[in-house]
Design a protein around this ligand. Structure first.
Ligand SMILES: Cc1cc2nc3c(=O)[nH]c(=O)nc-3n(C[C@H](O)[C@H](O)[C@H](O)COP(=O)(O)OP(=O)(O)OC[C@H]3O[C@@H](n4cnc5c(N)ncnc54)[C@H](O)[C@@H]3O)c2cc1C
Length: 400
């Protein structure tokens, strides 16, 4: 392998690929990031950063600018659509557990923009856009990615290792033959953003609110400039029907009638999957982020879990780069796959079940349980340790 080829290839310049690349550069390891799009995505996707994610980003020098451009939310809430507040959870109870005892509401593109600026200024990093990874293969001491440029030409790129952070439809995952078992949620998630100030219209509303209802649950999330409304939608409808302006207006008036039309700044409808790859580590090729696991956004754990993958993977890969045995990477898989299955997926499914519950007795029991948890300081702290994903990182330490 030539010196120019002695590097880590990263497929995908989403939050996970870029954080992995910055973390590897912190260890002095050369990286080449391969991104299919002409530019990085700037649409509204994930918008919540949990405390330990901010701790990791802070160590990589990526948190300050993000925090300046976001909203610090120490409280989040569980509500009933008809009865109002059920329980409010307080992340400031985690002041001794994290340097960032709050959820930061900031759009994910603000992170990718900052990470890209870091890599662009670094001679040890390349970020190549309009380069699609078509397939990946490996030999005893190197990997090869077949890449396709926009003119249709193909080329082989070599590296010492390859990280597949190329999102939900990952070509790298398909290339290594990983299974991606799980299910598709029988709902379309409709995400609408509006400058309407729900916080001024709904008394005691926290900046992050999960609102249960037997007919139609919803989530209200504040971002620096807009409120996002997330609503479940009939999966048999076409995207055009779901996003039809009249229907969107009717649904927003259903959330809170205002008597005046809502201004809608963004609208997206997407299908949600709950899937975890059977293997994350395939010799010299590793999967991370959405390429490795997908879950519903209730709890905001998808991107956060992916960033935790990137940090864990980069730490172990740096040790392997400096001479540790490649089998160290298996611990990455054991640790992060366990979190994806037992924490992220389990919690996201539970959150959806609670929001969706139709049986009045079960709904009352869930709500009573949440109220009792919030009222008891020890249970409240344990709950926010879990929901903020700090507990999942602590539990990893005992995974051999
Ligand atoms: C429309 C939408 C809305 C979302 N909304 C929410 C939300 O409200 N809340 C939430 O928590 N999460 C949400 N998510 C999920 C969240 O955005 C992801 O969990 C997060 O982006 C995962 O980061 P990633 O880097 O693993 O993958 P991605 O962000 O998907 O990045 C993958 C990158 O790889 C590139 N790529 C793909 N294939 C190739 C290839 N073959 N070669 C080279 N490059 C390739 C893509 O262009 C992309 O830049 C949403 C996702 C989408 C798509």
């Amino acid at each position: 392998m030539s010196k120019a080829e002695d590097r880590v290839l990263v497929a995908g310049a989403g939050p996970v690929g870029l954080v992995a690349a910055v973390a590897l550069r912190e260890e002095g390891i050369p990286v080449t990031v391969l991104e299919a799009s002409a530019d990085l995505a700037v649409d509204l996707r994930a918008s919540t950063f949990h405390p330990p994610t901010l701790d990791f980003l802070s160590r990589l020098g990526l948190a300050d600018g993000l925090i300046e451009r976001g909203i610090k939310c120490p409280y989040w809430q569980f509500r009933d659509r008809k009865e109002g507040e059920v329980a409010t959870f307080d992340l400031s109870l985690l002041a001794e557990d994290t340097d960032h005892p709050y959820r930061l509401q900031a759009e994910q593109w603000k992170l990718t923009e900052a990470a890209r600026a870091r890599l662009d200024a670094d001679p040890g990093a390349d970020l190549l856009t309009e380069v699609t990874v078509v397939s990946a293969s490996q030999w005893a001491d190197h990997v090869e990615a077949v890449i396709r440029r926009t003119d249709g030409s193909e080329e082989r790129l070599r590296g010492r290792f390859l990280i597949g952070a190329d999102g939900a439809r990952s070509a790298v995952r398909k290339s290594v033959g990983a299974e991606f078992p799980g299910l598709t949620i029988p709902e379309i998630f409709l995400s609408l953003s509006t400058p309407f100030r729900y916080d001024e219209a709904i008394p005691d509303l926290a900046d992050i609110a999960y609102i249960s209802d037997p007919e139609e649950w919803l989530v209200l999330l504040r971002t620096p400039t807009l409120w996002r409304v997330l609503l479940p939608t009939d999966p048999s409808l076409s995207d055009e029907a779901v996003l039809d302006p009249e229907i969107v207006e009717r649904r927003l008036q259903g959330v809170l009638p205002t008597g005046a039309p809502y201004e809608v700044a963004h609208k997206t409808a997407y299908r949600v999957h709950e899937r975890v790859a059977d293997r994350y580590v395939h010799g010299r090729i590793f999967l991370a982020g959405d390429a490795a696991h997908l879950n519903n956004p209730l709890g905001g754990m998808g991107m956060n879990g992916g960033i935790h993958d990137a940090v864990n993977l980069a730490e172990k890969l740096s040790a392997v780069w400096r001479g540790a045995d490649l089998s160290l990477m298996d611990r990455y898989e054991r640790q992060r796959r366990k979190v994806a299955l037992e924490t992220v997926q389990a919690q996201a499914l539970r959150n959806r079940a609670i929001l969706n519950e139709r049986d009045p007795a079960k709904r009352r029991a869930h709500h009573d349980e949440l109220r009792a948890t919030a009222a008891d300081p020890a249970r409240h702290r344990a709950y926010v340790l879990r929901s903020s994903m700090i507990q999942s990182l602590r539990d990893l330490e005992s995974v051999a």
